[in-house]
Design a protein around this ligand. Sequence first.
Ligand code: LCS
Length: 429
Amino acid sequence: MSTHDTQSPETLAVHAGVDRYEFSPVVPPIYQVSTFSFRDADHGAALFAGTERGYIYSRMLNPTVQALENCLATLEGGVRALACGSGMAAIYTALTGFLRAGDHLVCSDAVYGPTCTLVEQELPRLGIESDVVDTSDLDAVKRAMRPRTKVVFVETPGNPTLVITDLEKVAALAHEHDALLIVDNTFMSPILQQPFAWGADLVVHSLTKFLNGHADVVGGAIITREEAQYGMLRSKLNLLGGVLPPLESFLVHRGVKTLALRMARHCENAQKVADFLESHAQVEWVAFPGLKSHPQYELGKRQMKGPGGMISFGVRGGLAAGKAVMNAVKLCGLAVSLGGVETLIQHPASMTHATMGAEARKRARITDGLVRLSVGIENADDLIADLDQALAASWSGARGASGWDGQGERAAPTDVPPPATGRGSRAGV
Ligand code: LCS
């Protein structure tokens, strides 16, 4: 482990979590087993008592899963990690691990839809209350803090608006109130953002996205920076049961080996696509951390090592025009999820963020016209050509639909998200 302290993320992504001399294979094999044999009854009892180390049952620990966990902990700069059956399982396990009835939670308003639904519709059943606020506005976070606030949960950049929260400032605020800061780092991956370096206490991921990168696994992870927190969460995960199976762990671990290469390409491609969209007459606004028009461009540059691969934009003509673009793309896939090698396009208001409800979407500034792109690692020119033809098709489609006579198209209803409280108006829209 000691050499890992000085190695860069690109190197760690290839080597961390693999003890080449413990396993003679170059990569850890898939231990596709549910249970492990004891040498004798005393050995089994000693493993359960924790006086001897070893594997018992795959819901508790499995070597293939553990290799991935060690890799993720090292990459995030944490101490230990827990691989979970999905990103939602990781979030649920982390939140219910630290919150009990009577406690209070402050959560970012721009988060993956089901995270918001969990916080506002499910946790109250356990007696856990919350305030969902724009965490990019520190005053809003301050106002939301209560004596029983135990956790501040932040997703940055937020899904799908790409609003950026200042992790260092929000961590300091949480700690002033003896609360933990939990950060969902899914959109960035540990290659582009390391929340522990800014003071976060716990990091969660959907492994389904960039970490795995190949759209063939659903998984999640929690990374801790303290052994005691890991122990508590491991017991909790063992009881809740939402663990990641060995085959999925193997696939994610394989995906992580190319994470640094993929993230560089995602960033490069997304920058080109965002520049193209921003200059297109049919596009009303673009949200992308790599554009100077992003309200927190400078913060993003300080806190993140790259802008990431996610873009949100609005097409002139609002929802109808956005739908026409989604129906007209040929290379971009029309599907939810993100972070894979293939470019995907989707409509948050009717898809990923449908369950949170219209009010919660309004609060998070997720407008009906917002279209989200997860930019893959294809050739950027091919992606731009596809979006260009789709925008052209949507333009003629909109004309056809409205009986356009060549005059009135620019007067179509617009769909620009309002600026967040306390922040300047969006430049460039
Ligand atoms: N956190 C973030 C930031 C996410 O985007 C997602 C899923 C999750 C957590 C949950 O992870 P899962 O349980 O799906 O592994 N985001 C999705 C999205 O935007 N489209 O489809 C899934």
